[in-house]
Design a protein around this ligand. Structure first.
Ligand code: FAD
Ligand code: MLT
Ligand code: ZN
Length: 475
């Protein structure tokens, strides 16, 4: 059952005028049925999945979410929770006529503790707004990603987003300290702890982190923010081979260790795409591979000295062919744009088949090379980029239009390849609609069975984000 395998609509109720009446009374002016507004919420960021929901609900409080879910559960109405709608696996939009429950108006910061750095906020806060808020208080958010201007913290937690700073600050499974969640029947689970340590039994919040809206709706998050580094440097380096890039990474970890905050890569095809579609400028000599390194520390003189001795070493040994370093904000932003905006450039390039794979580090680029040999000239572009520090490759294949024959050539080849190296078919984007049936390439049948048991226990009618995450065989 492949990428394009369409699920069958399950026997949920259809929304009636009585239902609209109930919602309009509960959320006056925030129960949206205007087809023009619904159009945007029915389509995902990649414009590859389109639902036909006729109702968008915009609650402002946990209590309102609870009343919506209690009603939907009783009426057997399906719900698709939506944050910033930047998800890349078709998880954030309805497949059929599910009601869209948006967190866009749940955007209040509830508390910030300047001593511990713990931020507590509603789930619909936009990541970039949170970054700005904590930076004004000398802290940073522990995650950063190219979609920061639109994605919501609740969406980030629901997908367990990784992003550009995971190498330094770890995953949301460590930095999220607490959650408030509304369960399918409307019960409110308040796990909004603000403690770093709490071993009183099972850690319930972990179940909802990365559950893609299938087990509950997250309404509030508390998250641990690190102190804002005093000095930040960014370097863009060019390498002539992926082997050289990996050796540079090894040296980098050894010489920059505690100040290293990102080690990202892109190949020459990605660079061509950001130049072509976004008119970004490559400030260094053309190379087959590029690295973006960020250091973040507390002493600019020490950090710069360390960075320069690292650069001297990798250039003297010819591991790095050319490079440039930025210390001022404008140049740092320009260098980061080259890496962060690849996703956007790919969308301009055509229909994009996206793969988000975890692999043993030494194998990550072999998948791109093998895919190029395997597909020949059937694709428009086959590119590789990603989070080297996390062993996470983003393999993307573009085509002038959706192409069933091309897709059949990519899948299951890409998943079999990944399984052979005991990798993961979703490192950070989740499974959503598109990858749900590939779960067995990375998870055992026993694990999937237990996932289904959790789903049945928490959402017996299956109203929360149906057709997502779990495979079609059951649930
Ligand atoms: P949505 O897209 O709205 O939803 C995503 C999923 O979460 C859906 O299944 C939805 O039902 C569910 N959901 C949303 N809110 C809630 C809630 N409150 N309660 C329960 N379920 C909810 N991902 C990475 O991991 N690393 C990256 O570096 C990265 N970079 C990106 C760059 C770009 C340009 C884009 C477009 C996407 C990128 N992503 C990345 C994908 C990533 O999944 C999202 O950007 C982000 O985490 C999703 O947040 P969102 O608010 O947009 O959620
Ligand atoms: C990234 O690292 O740029 C994101 O995960 C988005 C993508 O894979 O395109
Ligand atoms: Zn990524």
């Amino acid at each position: 059952r492949g990428h394009d395998a369409a699920p069958t609509r399950r026997p949920f109720s259809r929304v009636t005028t009585e239902d609209i009446g109930f919602f309009s009374e509960l959320l006056p002016g925030r129960t949206v049925t205007d087809p023009d507004v619904l159009e945007a919420c029915n389509v995902d960021w990649l414009k590859s999945v389109k639902g036909s929901s006729e109702v968008l609900l915009r609650p402002q409080t946990t209590e309102e979410v609870s009343r919506i879910l209690r009603y939907c559960n009783e009426r057997n109405l399906a719900i698709s929770p939506q944050g910033g709608n930047t998800g890349l696996v078709g998880g954030s939009v309805p497949v059929f006529d599910e009601i869209i429950l948006s967190t866009a108006l749940m955007n209040k910061i509830l508390a910030f503790d300047g001593l511990s750095g713990i931020l507590t906020c509603q789930a619909g806060c936009v990541l970039e707004n949170l970054s700005q808020y904590v930076e004004e208080r000398d802290f940073v958010m522990p995650l950063d990603l190219g979609a920061k201007g639109s994605c919501h913290i609740g969406g980030n937690v629901s997908t367990n987003a990784g992003g550009l700073r995971l190498l330094r600050y770890g995953s949301l499974r460590g930095t999220v300290l607490g959650l408030k969640v509304v369960l399918a029947d409307g019960r409110i689970l308040d796990c909004l702890a603000k403690l770093r340590k709490d071993n009183t039994g099972y850690d319930m919040k972990q179940l909802f982190i990365g559950s893609e809206g299938t087990l509950g709706v997250i309404t509030a998050v508390s998250i641990l923010c690190p102190r804002k580094p005093k000095s930040v440097n960014v370097a863009l380096l060019g390498c002539s081979s992926f082997q050289n890039l990996l050796e540079t990474f090894q040296i980098c970890r050894g010489m920059l260790g505690e100040i290293l905050s990102a080690f990202e890569f892109l190949d020459a095809s990605c660079m061509s795409l950001v130049e072509k579609h976004l008119k970004l400028i490559n400030p260094i000599t053309e190379s087959p591979f590029y690295i973006v390194i960020e250091t973040a520390g507390s002493n600019s003189a020490h950090d710069e000295e360390k960075l320069h001795s690292f650069l001297e070493k990798v250039m003297a040994s010819s591991l790095v062919a050319d490079g440039t370093v930025a210390t001022d904000d404008a140049k740092i932003k320009a260098l980061w744009s080259i890496r962060e905006r690849i996703t956007e450039a790919l969308r301009h390039d055509g229909y994009t088949y996206k793969y988000d794979i975890s692999l043993p580090l030494e194998k990550i680029y072999d998948l791109v090379t093998d895919m190029r040999a395997h597909l020949g000239n059937r694709a428009r572009n086959i590119v590789g980029y990603g989070h080297v520090g996390d062993g996470n490759l983003h393999l993307n294949v573009t085509s002038p239009a959706k192409d069933a024959a091309l897709l059949a050539a990519i899948e299951p080849y890409v998943y079999e390849w990944t399984q052979k190296w005991r990798g993961s078919v979703s490192a950070e984007h989740g499974l959503g609609l598109k990858k749900r049936n590939y779960i067995y390439y990375s998870k055992s049948p026993e694990a999937v069975r237990l996932m289904k048991d959790f789903k049945t226990m928490l959402d017996p009618k299956g109203i929360l984000n149906p057709y997502k995450t779990l495979p079609d065989d059951g649930c």
